[in-house]
Design a protein around this ligand. Structure first.
Ligand SMILES: [Zn+2]
Length: 90
């Protein structure tokens, strides 16, 4: 296996930060996070619908944490508030 000649640093950076991967800000990330998680959980290609999200989550610990907790939350139904008395009264 032959390796191609090493590309210059600028070329690598250009590929990493290229226009193909739009950069998400934390605000944009947060705004689309619930949609992204919903797509993920429904088995759709969330990265296709919200490009740049994956990269941001991996590079931003705060949003990554939000993503993780939102996923955990969405994966199971929220606990019902115990407003309804459901005790058996015999
Ligand atoms: Zn962020």
């Amino acid at each position: 296996m032959t390796k191609p000649s090493r590309p210059g640093l600028g070329e690598v950076l250009g590929r990493l930060l290229g226009p193909a991967q739009p950069e998400l800000t934390c605000d944009e990330c947060f705004a689309q996070l619930d949609v992204y998680v919903e797509l993920e959980l429904s088995g759709r290609d969330a990265d296709l619908v919200v490009p740049g999200m994956r990269a941001h989550l991996e590079g931003c610990p705060a949003c990554g944490e939000d993503h993780a907790s939102l996923r955990a939350l969405a994966a199971e139904p929220p606990p019902l508030p115990l407003t309804i008395e459901h005790e058996e009264q015999l």
